[in-house]
Design a binder for this molecule. Sequence first.
Ligand code: ZN
Length: 133
Amino acid sequence: MYKRITHVGIAVRNAEHSSKVFSKLFGVGKEHSEEVGDQKVKATFFKIGEAGVELLEPTSADSTIAKFIEKRGEGVHHLSFEVDDIDREIARLKQEGFRMIDETPRVGADGYRIAFLHPKSTNGVLVEISQKL
Ligand code: ZN
């Protein structure tokens, strides 16, 4: 079951600069930042009620975020939805014919297990499902 939008992921070149922009926009400071070694990004979180915004700055030129920015510029990268049971949800999505980028959940930022769906099977939108660890 889908519970809420966990966050909207936004690809940025410079998290420090973009944090200032979003702090000014939301009128609140960032919640925290952390490096996700696995994805070669620095993730910076803002809390907006039940949901959040995740700024993603590449920490390496071969990061998928670096490649995304090179191709499409900065901007909205993915939508993350919180689910009750990520393993069961992956099995259900596969059965429904969705293509998974991650067939097994991995550890993402902010204490979540995450899995991405292939945007070719979701109308061009990169969807992440997440479950709190
Ligand atoms: Zn995310």
